[in-house]
Design a protein around this ligand. Structure first.
Ligand SMILES: C[S@@+](CC[C@H](N)C(=O)[O-])C[C@H]1O[C@@H](n2cnc3c(N)ncnc32)[C@H](O)[C@@H]1O
Length: 465
C-alpha cells in the first residue's frame, strides 16, 4: 500500500488551485463540494471558471504562481500544463508540509485524488496509487452501476438515528446486529423504493422490541472452492462478510480467508490427513456451542462441503440440536483443477462418465470397487490419493485398465502455484518423488487427460502480483 486512504475535512478552509484550464475547473469543483474556499491562481482563466466564481466561493487571481500564494492554505493542487511550475508548487508546498497534489504526476504528490462515487454521506474513493487513472475510472463505472443513488438516503437514515440507537442499544455487538438488520433488510428496501417514512416507522418499531438477549446464532456451511478467490460464489462472499466467527479448514487458501469480515474471530479446525488438529466430533460440538452463544458461524470448507467434506455429518448434528443453518455449495477440486489444467472431465469421444472417489483408505475399511473403476471410457478422479498412488495405479491395471492410460497429478489446483504433471498409470508413481509433489493434489485418470497438451491455458507463473 503506497498511500493511506483518508477523508479530509476541508469545510471552511482555503485551498489553492494553480492552473486555469478544464482540469483546474474539475478540481476546484471537487473542493467546493467539500465546502472549502478556493483560491485559484493562473495567468489565463477558462471562461467556465469565471462563471463558477460568480456562483461559488472561488477567488480568482489572474497572474502566475508566487510562493506567497501558499500562505494560509490547507491544501494545494497544481493543475497547470507547465511541468516546471507544477514541480515548483510541489517543492514549496512540501517544504511547508502542506498536502499537495500535482495532476498526473504521482511522484510530485504528497496526496492523490481518488476516483469518487458520491452518495453523501456515503462516499467511495478508488485509487490505483496514481498509476492508472483510467483503471480507477473503469472501476468507478462498475461500482456506480452496482450501488444505487438511494444509498445516500440510506446513509442519511443511519445518520439521523445514530445517536438514538446508540442510547437504546449500548452493547456494540447488539448495535451492529441491529444496523445490519436495518441496512440489509426490509427497511433498506423501503428506502430504495423511495418510502422513507415507512422505513423510519419500521426502524422505530424494531428499535422498540429489539431483543438483545435472544440468541440468534446460526451456521453457514460454505464451500470456499479449490483456492482461487475468484471462484467463490456471491452467496459465499456475502455470508463471509456477515459472520461473527469463522471455523476453517487447512484447505481454505489465505487470500480467501482475507475476504472474511475483518473483525470476525478465526478458529482453525485442521485437517491435514496425518495431523487431525480437531476431531470431527469436536468440530460438530464447537459449531453448536458457538451458535448457541448467539454467533453467526461461518463453517468454511475447501471445495464443496458435500464432496468429501463431511458437511453432511456437521449439519446432521445441527439438525439434532435445533440450530438454524444454510449450506452454500462451492466449486469442488475436481471441477476447479480439471478446468485450470485444461482437462475436460467428460468428452463425447473419450469419456461418457466421471467418478469422484476417495483415494484415502480408512484403516480396516472396505476396499474400492476396482472393477467398476477400471472400465474404459470413463474418467476417475481420486481425492486424497497422493499417499496411495502406487496402489491406485496397480489396482486399476490389475483390473483391466491399460498401463498407458493417461493420468495426471494436479497440485494446489487453481492457485498461483498450481503444478500439473501428466503421465500414465505406469509412470505416475515415479513422478511424485521426482517432482516432490505435495498435498493437496488431485489425481485424474482417463483418456481425457491427454487433451491437456492441447487445451492447457492457465499459466500461474505469468500471474501479475
Ligand atoms: C478432504 S478432501 C476435500 C475436498 C473438498 N471438499 C472439495 O470439494 O474439493 C481434500 C482433497 O481434495 C483435493 N483437493 C482439494 N483442493 C485441491 C486443490 N486446490 N488442488 C488439488 N487438489 C485439491 C486433494 O485431493 C485433497 O487431498
Amino acid at each position: 500500500m503506497n498511500f493511506l486512504p483518508v477523508f479530509l475535512r476541508l469545510a471552511g478552509k482555503t485551498c489553492l488551485v494553480v492552473g486555469g484550464g478544464s482540469i483546474a475547473l474539475r478540481k476546484a469543483e471537487h473542493l467546493l463540494r467539500a465546502g472549502s474556499r478556493v483560491r485559484l491562481v493562473a495567468p489565463d482563466i477558462d471562461a467556465r471558471l469565471r462563471e463558477l466564481a460568480v456562483a461559488a466561493d472561488l477567488e480568482i487571481v489572474e497572474r502566475g504562481f508566487t510562493p506567497a500564494d501558499l500562505d494560509g492554505v490547507a491544501c494545494v493542487i497544481a493543475a497547470t500544463d507547465v511541468d516546471a511550475v507544477n514541480a515548483e508548487v510541489s517543492r514549496l508546498a512540501q517544504a511547508r508540509e502542506l498536502p499537495v497534489n500535482v495532476v498526473d504526476d504521482p511522484a510530485l504528490c504528497s496526496f492523490i485524488m481518488p476516483a469518487m462515487i458520491d452518495r453523501s454521506p456515503v462516499q467511495i474513493a478508488i485509487s490505483t496509487g496514481g498509476q492508472s487513472p483510467v483503471l480507477a475510472r473503469l472501476l468507478r463505472a462498475r461500482l456506480e452501476s452496482a450501488i444505487p443513488g438511494s444509498y445516500g438516503h440510506l446513509g442519511r437514515l443511519a445518520e439521523e438515528y445514530r445517536e438514538r440507537v446508540k442510547q437504546a442499544l449500548p452493547d456494540v455487538d447488539t448495535r451492529r446486529r441491529f444496523w445490519e438488520e436495518i441496512l440489509d433488510g426490509q427497511a433498506a428496501e423501503l428506502v430504495f423504493a423511495g418510502r422513507l417514512e415507512a422505513a423510519r416507522e419500521l426502524l422505530e418499531a424494531r428499535l422498540e422490541q429489539f431483543d438483545a438477549t435472544a440468541p440468534r446464532g446460526e451456521v453457514y456451511l460454505v464451500g470456499a472452492g479449490p483456492g482461487d478467490p475468484d471462484l467463490l460464489t456471491f452467496k459465499a462472499l456475502r455470508l463471509m462478510q456477515q459472520a461473527d466467527v469463522v471455523v476453517h479448514d487447512r484447505l481454505v487458501s489465505a487470500p480467501i480467508l482475507e475476504m472474511v469480515r475483518r473483525d470476525a474471530e478465526r478458529i482453525y479446525a485442521g485437517k491435514a490427513r496425518a495431523e487431525h488438529s480437531m476431531p470431527q466430533e469436536s468440530i460438530n460440538q464447537l459449531l453448536v456451542r458457538l451458535a448457541r452463544d448467539g454467533k453467526r458461524v461461518l463453517r468454511l470448507k475447501g471445495g464443496d462441503p458435500f464432496i468429501f467434506g463431511r458437511g453432511g455429518e456437521e449439519i446432521a448434528e445441527l439438525i439434532d440440536e435445533g440450530i438454524e443453518f444454510q449450506v452454500v455449495p462451492g466449486i469442488t477440486a475436481a471441477s476447479g483443477c480439471a478446468s485450470y489444467a485444461g482437462i475436460p472431465l467428460t468428452h463425447r469421444d473419450h469419456s461418457q462418465a466421471c467418478i469422484f472417489v476417495t483415494g484415502h483408505r480408512r484403516d480396516g475399511g472396505e476396499d474400492l470397487n476396482w472393477e467398476m473403476l477400471s472400465h474404459a471410457n470413463q474418467t476417475v478422479v481420486f481425492y486424497m490419493g497422493l499417499d496411495n498412488v502406487e496402489r491406485i495405479c496397480t489396482s486399476l491395471k490389475a483390473h483391466g485398465r491399460a498401463p498407458e492410460t493417461p493420468a495426471a497429478l494436479i497440485e494446489k489446483g487453481t492457485t498461483s502455484v498450481q503444478r500439473v504433471f501428466v503421465g500414465d498409470l505406469d509412470s505416475l508413481p515415479g513422478m511424485i518423488a521426482d517432482n516432490d509433489v505435495r498435498a493437496p493434489t488431485l489425481i485424474i485418470v482417463g483418456e481425457v487427460v491427454a487433451l491437456h497438451e492441447k487445451l492447457a491455458w492457465y499459466n500461474p507463473g505469468e500471474e501479475i502480483t
